[in-house]
Write a protein that binds this ligand. Structure first.
Ligand code: NAD
Ligand code: SIN
Length: 498
């Protein structure tokens, strides 16, 4: 696999087999060079139905296995990934453009997810049997059934895996539709599941775009575990408005604030802001989109240092030497859209501190942009999934908190400050699912829940809490022998044997 070789898709993974169908062509383009990386097909309606039948057929035997047996398959999968660590990191870098150092961290997260999910399963979906004089009061959990997993492009291996592994452990069977912008990574992940010897039908993979996603959602399914944009999450929510019985876990975007307050180490503040706003070329749901800075000399020093650092970071293809800090955005088309969003912000009252620019024709390589939005009236509350930072200046800390809360999203909020009182106030008053202090907004911990409030999620956080939406609790009152109670209720009369 090199940057110039073209990979040919194996087809759809259905019931333990790769099926080469006659769907329309799906292509994946290397965003660093604009070259064709992978060519395959979009799943047909018949393939979608066949996959759904296979998942339904496999459900009873898979969910009836002991937990340890299911866990064993996920551990086999982790071994396959570990064995192919370098290959997978290279493929992620080729397909998404992220630097190799970062692609390696994604592979490690995929492997780390297995043991964490096993731990989370036991901690969050436990069995409890309480003996009472009348019966045993039992709490156990059951899988939802056949569930659809829809993946986003920015972590094509890790984020879908964050739904898939807990869902399998809980006993669900899966219909997986990866992002149409990263089919090659998904195909390799499926090959690793295949090598894990997981039984046929337990996990099926259908390649395709939104229309394939919609076709999957119209099948007889019990859950949808989605990572992607708010716009898509909303559409899915609407599609299920008359099906409250289907559980939706919607992990969506953010318009995340990072507040700079009292700092003594300017370098640390700039470094943490850089990691917050520009990691993965700004294509993390956790990226700080709005940096809120004091309107003071110290704020000016921070601003100047931040602009200088952003102008000098290395941006380029993952195989560039020395390694870049960031690569391209996912496609040339997205890069053009992001430049258009920047233009709109400037035309409506923002002022350029650093202009985001396309670095090479026909690629997704963008340099970072910084826009001062302080005097912008009614700024749009939108997630721009790009290396574009919006700056707001403030005079009082209360005002900073107000600005931080000027969003309907609520994924992450960060504070850089040596003032502990201010952190307590920030924590108390800011509405978000993740609130960080003197740490970047990016780089979520898999050992914690991950999900937002407002437009960022539907109160079903993923990561460590994914176990919660993968299973439902069942309450049972049980006693092995049917007997008459010592006392019967009034008004029943005689129950003596006839
Ligand atoms: P997207 O919403 O465009 O697509 C996500 C997935 O949904 C893709 O597989 C896509 O094909 C599918 N899809 C699109 N329309 C559909 C429909 N109508 N029915 C069924 N499926 C449909 O998202 P993206 O561009 O791939 O990813 C970027 C977005 O994801 C950003 O908004 C980012 O913030 C968000 N994200 C959120 C998290 C989180 O955990 N909260 C993590 C990463 C990314
Ligand atoms: C993401 O899921 O987009 C980001 C998670 C992280 O920053 O670790």
């Amino acid at each position: 696999m090199t940057k110039s070789s073209i990979m040919h898709g194996k087809g759809q993974y259905i019931n333990g087999l790769w099926i080469q169908g006659d769907g329309t062509i799906l292509e994946s383009i290397n965003p660093s060079y604009g070259t064709l990386l992978w060519q395959g097909t979009i799943a047909t309606e018949q393939e979608v139905t066949a996959a759904c039948d296979a998942a339904r057929q496999a459900l009873l035997s898979w969910s009836s296995l002991d937990f340890e047996q299911r866990a064993h398959y996920t551990q086999n999968f982790a071994q396959q990934i570990d064995k192919n660590r370098d290959y997978l990191a290279h493929l992620i870098a080729l397909e998404t453009g992220k630097p190799l150092w970062e692609a390696h961290t994604e592979v490690s997260a995929v492997i780390g997810k297995i043991n964490l999910s096993i731990q989370a399963y036991h901690e969050r979906t436990w069995t409890k049997i309480t003996k009472t004089t009348e019966a045993n009061a039992c709490l156990r959990f059951k899988p939802q059934g056949v569930v659809v997993v829809l993946g986003a492009f920015n972590f094509p291996a890790h984020l879908s895996n964050g739904h898939i592994v807990p869902a399998l452990l809980a006993g669900n069977t899966i219909l997986y539709k990866p992002s149409e912008q990263a089919p090659a990574v998904a195909e390799f992940i499926m090959q690793c599941w295949h090598e894990s010897k997981i039984p046929p039908g337990v996990i099926n993979c259908l390649q395709g775009d939104a229309s394939c996603g919609r076709a999957l959602l119209s099948q007889d399914i019990q859950g949808v575990f989605f990572t992607g944009s708010y716009a898509t999450g909303l559409r899915i929510h609407q599609q299920f408005s008359d099906k409250p019985e289907v559980i939706l876990a919607l992990e969506m975007g953010g318009n995340n604030p990072l507040v700079i307050d009292e700092i003594s180490d300017l370098n640390a503040a700039v470094y943490h802001t850089l990691l917050s706003s520009l990691l993965t070329a700004g294509q993390r749901c956790t990226c700080a989109r709005r940096v809120i800075i004091p309107d003071s000399h110290q704020g000016d020093d921070f601003m100047n240092h931040f602009i200088k650092t952003c102008s000098s970071i290395k941006i380029g293809p993952f195989d560039q030497k020395p390694e870049p800090f960031m690569g391209p955005v996912i496609s040339h088309e997205q890069a053009i859209k992001h430049l258009h969003s920047q233009k709109k912000l400037i035309e409506s009252g923002g002022s350029h501190l650093l202009s985001m620019a396309l670095l090479a024709e026909n690629t997704g390589l963008l340099s970072p942009g910084i826009i001062d939005m302080t005097h912008f009236e009614n700024p749009p509350d939108e997630e721009i999934f790009a290396p574009l930072v919006q700056i707001y200046r403030y005079n009082h800390f209360d005002e900073a908190i107000n600005l931080a809360n000027q969003t309907r999203y609520g994924l992450v909020a960060g504070l850089l400050s040596n003032n502990e009182q201010h952190y307590h106030q920030f924590y108390q008053q800011v509405r978000a699912g993740l609130i960080n202090w003197n740490k970047p907004t990016t780089g979520a911990a898999s050992s914690l829940p991950f999900g937002g409030v407002g437009l960022s999620g539907n109160h079903r956080p993923s990561a460590y809490f994914a176990a919660d939406y993968c299973a439902y609790p069942v309450a049972s009152m049980e006693q092995p022998l049917l007997t008459m109670p010592e006392q019967t209720l009034p008004g029943i009369g005689s129950l003596g044997t006839p």
